[in-house]
Design a protein around this ligand. Sequence first.
Ligand code: COA
Length: 257
Amino acid sequence: MELRYVSYEKRDGVAVVTLNRPERLNALNRELLADLRRALEEAERDPEVRSVVVTGSGKSFCAGADVTEFAKSAAEVREFIELGWSVFEYIENMSKPVVAAVNGYALGGGFELVLSCDLVVASSSAVFGSPEVNLGIVTGWGASPKLVLIAGPAKAREIVMLGETLSAEEALRLGIVNRVVPPERLLEEALELARKFTRKSPSAVSMAKTVLNRSARSLLAPGLELERSMFFVAASSEDAREGIAAFLEKRKPRWQV
Ligand code: COA
């Protein structure tokens, strides 16, 4: 399997999938998303693999969608968003459990990747957030409806409407994260958690995952659909053009009033 932006290795029944674009803080571009999908498909297909750990190389887990993808044509933006959706839905529909090992920033699409995983281990220095409003857009890969359910409406508003970030400890308190560990223990602790699944019945684990994820989805479906369509409305707005240009030009945005 040839992968450019993701690395893949097997360790005692666990597939370790590492986002590997550290010079851009593992921001999700099309190629990275396609590589991630291929690595996950390999893990799902391989009978020796019983669970998966997803992590990031360098100082961040993932700083979200690559903002340059939003500076493309409307059709290309739509394709990119659909690709992201298909990858995150794939994680939720995999028969094998996926553990996120979060080092550094997990922002925007990086946070949404975390929210698609089954369990989350965070380094004590991890930072979570949905900064889309700062770019003149809204979340598009599930964060808003999921946060209402997980963190509750009050906290979801702070995160989504103000773009406030969360520390690892706060994410633990809110039920977004399962464990917080020292940075140097992150991968080992995530692997230990993932290895617990290798001692369980694969079919029972898979059925349990299906029930949990379908239960959440049955509550979330209308919100997810609305978020998806609202993303495309926001992405075609004047504020999105300005917010994205301002990020790329490293300046403050000037919003429409
Ligand atoms: N898309 C594209 N490029 C990104 C990116 C993203 N989401 N996140 C970071 N990068 C780039 C930076 O522009 C920078 O590029 P440069 O070296 O050419 O200047 C490089 O990755 C390193 O990031 P930098 O900003 O220098 O790191 P930092 O530690 O100072 O700041 C963040 C880290 C996460 C606070 C900051 O990079 C950031 O705000 N990123 C955008 C997060 C975001 O809005 N994500 C949601 C997108 S919808």
